[in-house]
Structure formats: structure tokens, C-alpha cells
Design a protein around this ligand. Structure first.
Ligand SMILES: Nc1ncnc2c1ncn2[C@@H]1O[C@H](COP(=O)(O)OP(=O)(O)O)[C@@H](O)[C@H]1O
Ligand SMILES: [Mg+2]
Ligand SMILES: [Zn+2]
Length: 527
């Protein structure tokens, strides 16, 4: 494993600390004039640069560079050894794990020895608010009369827990949350040097999400970079879980317009990127609750952005109140449904299908495109087909696709493939779970995925080769793997089945069409 990105990017010099100019300036000036203090208190939220600045200060007062204004040089052996964490005269203590009075006494005993290598012994006491009262008192004695060769830097995220007696002995500096634009600026620089290609909006999102903490921002970027070189806003949204907002809006949109295929795609992309299905269901319920409030004329009780408010208004006008209530109930059910242990997304998928089943449209809104096949009440055979489809999915964890067409893999073959893949690569197995169609033709196994993201994931060589090996084992012949996106208009549906209808939905959920001809005739009859 490579080093965490935020460690690699720890500022080494004064000007590399961003967003804390007021503090950096003050301390830098004092050090340059040889007027460094003996006790500092750095207070502020986590990941804003307290430890980083403390180490820069430790470097500066021990740097061997002749030019005092140029310390720390970050090049001499003292500077380097501070960066490497091997400098003997920099002692870092985590108060969270050394809270006792003995620990502090220990420290006091050692403090009277002169520095080993440098001019100053620098003590950084992190999370200093965790010290016990006795330990604070012991520390206080040291702070009252620090030996001339010692510098104390206390750091804390909870300055209100520090006794006044200690506060009054220290030069106090308050670290601020770092403004979004400054965070974005540094993230850009880091991504450039690390060879990442994030979209500007993705970085904006990361920066907002980090709420002023640079460490969190870099860690989030680190996390996103695992998905690949290019980082789109959409990827960032899904992975950071804020997707929810957009994904929830899209899903409700899909219900409103009767777009089953689009809605299911959205759902799968969101889940495949790590959102928890129950959590996602809860977010849908929360959103619809707000839509309800808006519809009932209580928009002022809804706390949201202007953008979301617009969409919310559209949704509030698009559904009848009773319809919103019905959909809330359906998703609320999915939010508490524990059935999906082997197939955690199932309750959510079912809820979506149920929600989209018969949206009651407001007649006062004629401009809206009428939903296609799903708008009319489903005929009995269609209902049966879907019920069966859903049952199949519930009962057979391994059945990802089963449509009776000679070129599709049989259920046994598919199950076998999943089994063979699982051993060398559980991740590949997981990816195959979201595979919607498989077609074997002339030695080419075509896998259909609901989104570009998943398709691209599967196309990574490490996944492809595992599937290829497994398929060749099962079919006992050379096989080439190809991946495709199964858009709502495609998929392995017989031509007479409406793409956006309930049968199509059932099939996409992994269902099986039992009797195509009967279905067709009856469907026509009911028109
Ligand atoms: N002000 C800052 N400027 C640049 N990078 C920062 C800043 N604050 C934090 N970081 C980044 O976050 C990491 C952790 O910061 P650190 O100084 O340990 O935060 P704190 O001690 O306030 O929790 C650093 O290695 C660096 O990558
Ligand atoms: Mg720290
Ligand atoms: Zn130096």
C-alpha cells in the first residue's frame, strides 16, 4: 500500500500551509527575529494544520540554514529528519493515550536534559484537552518555568476544556476552517502532481464535503482516485454519498414520468457505487416527506437549496397527495425491510417497481409526457408475469438473467461462472451481480451492464481476465468477453415486449418471461 495521500502532502514549509495566513505570518516573523515563544497553544478543528505547523516550527528552530529568514530550509539533515519523524529533539505526545500524571512527570524529568541534536527540544502535545487534572497541574509547573532550550506546542480541537491556568501560560492561536476555494486550489495542485484528472465540480464537492478540514479533503480525494484517473462529478457524488440528493431526485423523476428503465439504472448505479440500499430508501422517504410539505403549502418548513426547491416544487405539482403518501409507504417499507440479506437491493428495487406501477397523474398538468406502458393499470397476466419474475429473483440468488433465448447462458452456467469467479476475485463476482444480460455468440460472451461506470469497471483487465478464464472453463472453449451498456431501450427482451413496461422491468430485475405469446395476446386484449 502506498502512503496515505495526506501524509505525503504534509506541508513542509511556512508557505505550504494554506488558509491560516494570520498564524503563519505571526510565528514566522517571530522565529525569523529569533523571538520564538516557549509555549504555544494551537486550537482548531481537525485537519486544519495544527500538527503540520507545529512540525514546521520545530524544524525552523532547529534548521541549520545560515539564513535565519530561510528557516526551515527543508533540506538540511535536521529538517529532513524532522520530516522523517526521526529527529531526537522533537517529541510528539498523544495526550489521548498518555493522560496520566506519571506521563507528564516523566516528561518533566526528561525535559531538563539539553537537546541531543538541535538547538531546541520541541514537545508537541496533541489532543492536550484529554489530560487529567493532575496531569494538567504537573504540566503547568513546567510551563511556568520552561528550560530555555524547550518549546511546548499544545494542540487541541476542544480549547474550552483547557484550564485557564494553562491557557494563560501559552501563546494562543486559533486555526480556522479552510475556505472551500483554498481547498479546491490545493486539491487541484495535488491531483495534477499525482496524475489524477478530476472535474472541477468533483473537487468543489469534495471541498464542501470536507467542511474546512484539509485532511478530510485530501483523504476523500485519495478515496476517489481509487476509482480511476478521471474523476467525474457523478462518481464523486455517488462515492461520497451526496449522490443521494441527485439520485433521489432522479429516481422520483423516473417515477413521475414512468421511466422504469432509467429509474432502475439510476438505482443500480447508486447502489453499485456503495450506497446502502436501506439508507437510500430512507433518503427517498425523507425527500418525499418534504415534497408532501411543499404540496400542502408548507414550503417554508423545508430546508433545502434553491436548486432542489425547484425540483421539489415540480414533484409536488406532479403527484397527487395520495400518490405521494402511497410512494412514501412503499419506500418506508423498503427502508425497514430486512429480507434482502442475500440480495440487499431487492426490497428497494421492488419498492421502485411498486411505486412506478400506477402513478396517478394530475390532469391539470397536460404538458407532461404521459408515461408509457406503465400508466395504465396492469392486466392480470402482466401482473402474474412480474410476480413470478420477482419470486424467481427472491428464490434464486444466482439467477442474474434468465430469458429463454438460445444464446443466453443457462441459469446453471451462470451460477457456475459466478462460483468459479468468486474464488480468485470476490470483487469481480460482485461486479457480475450487476450484470443484466449475458449473450454467448460465436465465442463472444457479451455482458450487459446498467451503466457506463460499471461497464468500465468490468472492462479493467484484472476483471476481464478472471471472467474469461472462468467462462473458458465452463464452456470448454476459447471465449472473448465483451461488455456493453444495457440502456433502458435494449436488453434481451423479445420484440413484442414494451421496453418501459412492467414486464421489461420484471426482466431487468432478473425475471423470466413464462409465456410470451399469451402475454402478447392478453395485453392486446386489454387495450
Ligand atoms: N492548513 C493546511 N494547509 C495545507 N495542508 C493541510 C493544512 N491542514 C491540514 N493539511 C493537510 O492535512 C494533513 C493533516 O493535517 P494536520 O496538520 O495533522 O492537521 P491537525 O493537526 O490540525 O489535525 C496534512 O498532512 C496536510 O496534508
Ligand atoms: Mg494533529
Ligand atoms: Zn533546514
Amino acid at each position: 500500500m502506498s502512503q496515505a495521500l495526506y501524509r505525503k502532502w504534509r506541508p513542509g514549509r511556512w508557505d505550504e500551509i494554506i488558509g491560516q495566513q494570520h498564524i503563519v505570518q505571526t510565528i514566522h516573523n517571530a522565529v525569523s527575529a529569533g523571538r520564538e515563544g516557549h509555549a504555544y497553544l494551537f486550537a482548531g478543528p481537525r485537519g486544519t494544520g495544527k500538527t503540520s505547523l507545529a512540525r514546521i516550527l520545530a524544524k525552523a528552530v532547529n534548521c541549520k540554514n545560515e539564513d535565519i529568514g530561510n528557516r526551515p530550509c527543508d533540506e538540511c539533515d535536521h529538517c529532513r529528519s524532522v520530516s522523517a519523524g526521526t529527529f531526537l529533539d522533537l517529541i510528539e505526545i498523544d495526550a489521548a493515550s498518555n493522560t496520566s500524571v506519571e506521563d507528564v512527570r516523566n516528561l518533566r524529568d526528561k525535559i531538563n536534559f539539553s537537546p541531543n541534536q538541535g538547538r531546541y527540544k520541541v514537545y508537541i502535545i496533541d489532543e492536550v484537552h484529554m489530560l487529567s487534572t493532575a496531569a494538567f497541574n504537573a504540566l503547568l509547573k513546567t510551563l511556568e518555568e520552561p528550560p530555555p532550550h524547550a518549546i511546548f506546542i499544545l494542540a487541541t480541537t476542544e480549547v474550552h476544556k483547557i484550564p485557564l491556568t494553562v491557557l494563560s501560560r501559552c501563546q494562543r492561536h486559533e486555526f480556522r476552517r479552510i475556505p472551500v476555494n483554498d481547498i479546491v486550489g490545493l486539491l487541484k495542485k495535488i491531483s495534477q502532481e499525482e496524475g489524477m484528472e478530476p472535474e472541477e465540480e468533483a473537487l468543489q464537492l469534495v471541498a464542501r464535503q470536507a467542511t474546512g478540514g484539509m485532511r478530510d479533503a485530501i483523504s476523500l480525494l485519495d478515496q476517489l482516485s481509487a476509482t480511476g484517473k478521471k474523476i467525474s462529478l457523478e462518481t464523486a457524488q455517488t462515492i461520497l454519498g451526496t449522490a443521494t440528493n441527485q439520485a433521489v431526485l432522479d429516481l422520483v423523476d423516473a417515477i413521475l414520468t414512468g421511466d422504469a428503465g432509467g429509474g432502475l439504472n439510476k438505482l443500480h448505479t447508486t447502489l453499485d457505487n456503495g450506497s446502502d440500499p436501506r439508507q437510500f430508501s430512507r433518503q427517498i422517504v425523507n425527500y418525499l416527506r418534504k415534497v408532501m410539505l411543499v404540496r400542502l403549502g408548507n414550503a417554508d418548513q423545508v430546508d433545502t437549496t434553491a436548486e432542489t426547491r425547484q425540483v421539489m416544487a415540480k414533484h409536488a405539482n406532479g403527484f397527487e397527495s395520495s400518490e405521494i403518501l402511497r410512494i412514501i409507504r412503499v419506500f418506508n417499507h423498503a427502508a425497514v425491510d430486512a429480507r434482502g440479506s442475500w440480495q440487499p437491493s431487492l426490497p428497494l428495487e421492488l419498492a421502485f417497481v411498486e411505486a412506478i406501477e400506477a402513478p396517478v397523474q394530475l390532469s391539470s398538468n397536460p404538458a407532461k409526457k404521459a408515461p408509457q406502458a406503465v400508466s395504465k393499470p396492469a392486466s392480470e397476466p402482466v401482473k402474474q408475469a412480474v410476480n413470478k419474475a420477482v419470486k424467481e429473483q427472491e428464490n434464486s440468488p444466482e439467477a442474474s438473467v434468465e430469458v429463454q433465448e438460445s444464446s443466453q447462458m443457462t441459469r446453471e452456467q451462470w451460477a457456475g461462472l459466478l462460483e468459479v469467479v468468486k474464488k480468485p476475485s470476490p470483487n469481480t463476482r460482485g461486479l457480475l451481480n450487476s450484470c443484466k444480460t449475458n449473450t454467448l455468440r460465436n465465442g463472444v460472451l457479451l455482458l450487459g451492464f446498467p451503466s457506463q461506470l460499471l461497464k468500465e469497471k468490468m472492462e479493467q483487465p484484472e476483471h476481464l481476465s478472471v471472467v474469461k478464464d472462468a467462462a473458458e472453463k465452463i464452456f470448454e472453449m476459447p471465449i472473448q468477453i465483451e461488455c456493453a451498456i444495457v440502456a433502458s431501450g435494449q436488453g434481451a427482451l423479445p420484440p413484442q415486449v414494451d421496453n418501459s413496461g412492467m414486464v421489461a422491468t420484471g426482466v431487468r430485475l432478473g425475471g423470466e418471461i413464462v409465456d410470451v405469446n399469451n402475454l402478447k395476446t392478453k395485453d392486446k386484449d386489454s387495450e
